[in-house]
Design a protein around this ligand. Structure first.
Ligand SMILES: Cc1ncc(COP(=O)(O)O)c(C=O)c1O
Length: 448
């Protein structure tokens, strides 16, 4: 529904004028021919403009971990908007930004206790990559400029994140991107891992490919390795057991910074504050966003080890140490939402709740085995993937069709290629897990 001005300047809602909005990561023509418009959200459900209820199987876009419209988060945003809309982010501050940084640092593992705010996951990633490069330079190792990502990794859409990312569709139309980037192999092999419950047993040795890249490029040229602990956007690729620990060992051996991109896995998705805790692996930097404010206000953050921050704190006091930042870094509304979200997570024990629900969730996921076209099922924490056999010559069509059918039946899922991904709000109940999978099973049976 678009909004236009009438001749007298009054604002009017004009149904079906959907053309001006160029929608992100969307089949625009298909959408505009068959719009799916949401009008409201409360708890675990959306309401469409037609008044239909839709069960949110994806926490919006992996972000509304506390469910929708939580009264505490809503009230915090409203109060902050009335109290102070904006405070300059450069050379000025406001108390809630410091408070939120301290709270995020307290949640992060080990000595990851300095926090740089951005407005999205993409910005948090580009911030992390820039900090990694500048850190080595500050320590006198300016030759460490190479960044290493992973095939099928998703690190947002900035030029940095796209360059270290490994999803072909997101890269191929945008030219040469950043130089000096290499990629680890992705960790998924269906012939060895299909229908694994939780972490697959096969594949930890793929971390040793980092040794090969070190031999090729020399450690003295490598600044950082960035991986998602669980590669969610490319279809929920669960790390093989022991893989992340091995990656950590190799990075430590060669003085390479390890960045965990926890934009999705942060804030309870695996039943812990961060996936680093779940896997018991200490990265040097963590990027996060989404669940930081439970999706209520855009915000991203890059969390770094104290030693990394300290390396910048040299030279005259009045000189800016890092020439980087955003107008809306630590925006008051985002900080208010973030503080309220962290309160809700703690007061309602949502991370523990997600952890406790994990086995029930896993059973529900794997009960889909044997349904038409299902060639793999994956799960960890409150995340799952249902991989479908593609229609020959029409990749992604079958899953997209299932997505449309699910929406018609009152269930929101997410698809990437021929993979259906699920990541409900952490507030989901067993009864709603049952409802979700009953609907999905029906959809899978009906999808040609
Ligand atoms: C791991 C990861 N990094 C970065 C991003 C980009 O976040 P944003 O869309 O907020 O820029 C995403 C988004 O899904 C993500 O999953």
């Amino acid at each position: 529904m678009a909004v236009t001005a009438t001749a007298r300047g009054a604002i009017q809602r004009v149904p079906n004028d959907l053309e001006p909005y160029w929608m992100p990561f969307t089949a625009n023509r298909q959408f505009k021919a068959h719009p799916r418009l949401l009008a409201g959200a409360k708890g675990l459900h959306y309401t469409t403009v037609e008044g239909r209820e839709v069960l949110d199987g994806t926490a919006g876009l992996w972000c509304c971990n506390a469910g929708h419209g939580h009264p505490k988060i809503v009230a915090a945003i409203q109060a902050q908007a009335a109290e102070m809309d904006y405070a300059p982010a450069f050379q000025m501050g406001h108390p809630k930004a410091f408070e939120l940084a301290a709270r995020v640092a307290a949640l992060a593992p080990g000595d990851l206790d300095r926090v740089f705010f951005a407005n999205s996951g993409s910005e948090a990633v580009d911030t992390a990559l820039k900090i990694a490069l500048a850190y080595h330079r500050a320590r006198g190792e300016a030759g460490r400029t190479r960044l290493i990502g992973r095939e099928r990794g998703y690190h947002g859409v900035g030029f940095g994140g796209m360059s270290v990312g490994g999803i072909a569709n997101n890269r191929r139309t945008f030219g040469p991107m950043l130089g000096g980037v290499d990629h680890l192999p992705q960790t998924y092999d269906r012939s060895k891992q299909a229908f694994s419950r939780g972490e697959p047993e096969w594949g930890a040795h793929l971390a040793d490919e980092l040794e090969r890249l070190v031999a090729l490029h020399d450690a003295s040229t490598i600044a950082a390795v960035i991986v998602e602990p669980v590669a969610c956007s490319a279809g929920v690729l669960i790390p093989p057991r022991g893989y992340l620990k091995r990656l950590r060992e190799i990075c430590s051996k060669y003085g390479i910074l390890l960045i965990f991109d926890e934009v999705i896995t942060g804030f309870g998705r695996l039943g812990t504050g961060f996936a680093a805790e779940y896997f018991d692996v200490q990265p040097d930097l963590i990027t996060c966003a989404k669940g930081l404010t439970s999706g209520a206000v855009p915000m991203g953050a890059t969390i770094v080890r104290k030693g990394i921050y300290d390396a910048f704190m040299t030279g005259p006091d009045h000189v800016i140490e890092l020439f980087h930042g955003y107008t809306y870094s630590g925006h008051p509304l985002a900080c208010a939402a973030g503080l309220a979200a962290l309160d809700v997570y703690a007061e309602e024990g949502l991370f523990a709740k997600a952890r406790d629900l994990g086995p029930y969730w896993a059973d529900a996921v794997h009960a889909l085995k044997g349904l038409p076209h299902v060639i793999d099922l994956r799960n960890l924490g409150l995340v799952a993937a249902i991989e479908l056999e593609p229609i020959p010559g029409q990749p992604a069509k079958r899953a997209f069709d299932a997505f449309l059918r699910a929406y018609e039946q009152g269930l929101l899922v997410r698809t990437t290629g021929d993979i259906i991904a699920l990541s409900p709000p952490l507030t989901i109940t067993r009864a709603l897990v049952d409802e979700l999978f009953t609907k999905l099973a029906k959809v899978l049976k009906e999808t040609p």
